[in-house]
Design a protein around this ligand. Structure first.
Ligand SMILES: NC(=O)c1ccc[n+]([C@@H]2O[C@H](COP(=O)([O-])OP(=O)(O)OC[C@H]3O[C@@H](n4cnc5c(N)ncnc54)[C@H](O)[C@@H]3O)[C@@H](O)[C@H]2O)c1
Length: 444
């Protein structure tokens, strides 16, 4: 399932054609490997607000080097701009003043993070200016090129001290395929987080449930959560039992073979987690199916099976685990939505309904969860898996190129995003839906 176009575009003849015909020119994205530094280079800090003061110490704690200026002949790997001090539209000029001189001085696969205050927590001119930041970051994401990413992180004042895990993710190659996103920290529920002793194992001692774990994105989520220290309990259907068992044996985890739509599935999962693991810390609702047809040709079973697996099962399992007290304090619930649930897609009324429903699940739970439990979702775009390998060639080619990175993402890109939500350090990251889509041109 390699990207043949990307391989061709990097050959001498391919490079010539790409340049002369104006074809998409995908950059080979940097991805994080165990033992790598989070940021391989210098982070330049700018702006003047609440976060600017604590940024150097925060980054230092993550082993990330930062400075407030760039010496001649040196390039920056990342830029972080504190825009929390901007209280009127005139102040927005500070963005241009900081970024313009630095845009030609970035290394490849650069990272840009702008920090603001959630507009809904401000008023008047400050609210206007803070909301304006979204247009800036989304546009810069489409301009930056060379595998770069740009994000806006809105931090509630009470959560200023809880940004570490988010910066570790957004500044590192772990966020390779995440760009143009708006993240809120401390805007719903908890504004604090646990101190993380070892940033290479932020899930040490935690138990993580992953549905649909035998292959594709679910397999990679299981691998990354295991890498981060969790004991993974994988769930999949009987047809996938042997792959599931092999993977969980390799990861020193545990497994449960069941169909998540079975009427007793929520109780069986809750019982298993309580009896064998004393509860659960991370719940990832990854299992999902597609049964595409235009609505005019949609049979009832295609509609119902997709809603049952993708939406009703995650909803019922979450309710059961919460009601039965199986989710430990500071637990993390993570849904897997889809870009289709945000932008819509031809032939996917059933699938998009189910995935928009996952966003609804995040919105319905985020203000009612207690004990520091959080709920967030990832919304993958075009991710290269067995599911997308079945898409016809031409549709697949267009699907892969219609994003700021001109390529499809990998399962590990979704898995790293899930691991950021799951991290013990993400206690104030609640109520977010983050797209892992290379900043796809479809949807907001
Ligand atoms: N691949 C993409 O581009 C993409 C894009 C957006 C969203 N997603 C979502 O990501 C998730 C994983 O997708 P994938 O591409 O890895 O798919 P996949 O088909 O490769 O894997 C899905 C897994 O879920 C399991 N599963 C299906 N029904 C189940 C049930 N009733 N009970 C238990 N397990 C069940 C399958 O056996 C399989 O192991 C899905 O929710 C999908 O909708 C994928």
């Amino acid at each position: 399932m390699s990207d043949r176009y990307q391989g061709f575009a990097s050959t001498p003849i391919g490079r010539l054609l790409v340049k002369n015909l104006g074809l998409p020119d995908p950059t080979a994205l940097e991805r994080w490997g165990a033992g790598d530094r989070l940021v391989d280079g210098l982070v330049v800090l700018g702006g003047d607000g609440r976060i600017a003061e604590i940024l150097p110490t925060t980054l230092d704690g993550l082993g990330i080097a930062s400075a407030t200026s760039l010496e001649d002949g040196v390039r920056a790997k990342a830029l972080v701009f504190d825009a929390t001090g901007i209280t009127d539209t005139g102040g927005l000029l500070a963005l241009q003043e900081f970024f313009t001189p630095l845009m030609r001085r970035l290394e490849s696969c650069p990272r840009v993070v702008v920090v603001g205050t959630p507009p809904e927590l401000t008023s008047g001119g400050e609210r206007v200016a803070q909301r304006a930041l979204e247009g800036f970051t989304r546009s810069l994401g489409k301009e930056i090129g060379r595998g770069g990413t740009v994000q806006l992180v809105y931090v509630a004042p009470a959560a200023d001290g809880a940004v570490d895990s988010t910066l570790a993710f957004l500044l590192s190659p772990k966020s390779a395929y995440v760009s143009g996103q708006v993240v809120r920290i401390g805007a719903h529920g908890s504004t604090s987080t646990e101190a993380v002793a070892d940033w290479t194992r932020p899930l040490d001692g935690k138990v993580a449930l992953v549905t649909g774990a035998s292959r594709g994105i679910g397999e990679e989520i299981a691998r990354v959560l295991h890498r981060d220290g969790a004991t993974v309990v994988g769930v999949d259907v009987p047809q996938a039992a042997s792959e599931l068992q092999d993977l969980m044996t390799e990861l020193d985890g545990d497994h449960l073979v069941l169909d998540i739509t079975a009427p007793d599935a929520p109780q069986r999962i809750a019982h298993h987690l309580r009896e064998h693991h004393g509860g659960v810390d991370v719940v990832v609702h990854n299992a999902g199916i597609t049964r595409d047809r235009r609505l005019a040709n949609m049979a009832e079973d295609r509609w119902s099976s997709v809603i049952a697996v993708n939406l009703t099962a995650p909803e019922l399992i979450t309710r059961e685990l919460l009601d039965a007290g199986v989710v430990n304090a500071a637990g993390r619930i993570v849904g897997v939505a889809s870009i289709a649930g945000i932008a819509g897609n031809v032939g996917q009324t059933n699938y998009a309904t189910s995935k928009a429903g996952i966003i609804g699940l995040v919105e319905s739970l985020r203000d009612e969860l207690a004990d520091g439990i959080t709920v967030n979702a990832v919304a993958p775009g075009f991710i290269v898996t067995q599911m997308t390998a079945a898409v016809p060639f031409a549709t697949r080619e267009v699907g892969q190129r219609l994003n700021a990175m001109s390529q499809g993402g990998l399962p590990v890109d979704v898995a790293e995003t899930v691991a950021w939500f799951a991290s013990a350090g993400s206690g104030a990251v609640n109520g977010n839906v983050v797209r892992v889509c290379g900043q796809m041109m479809l949807g907001a």
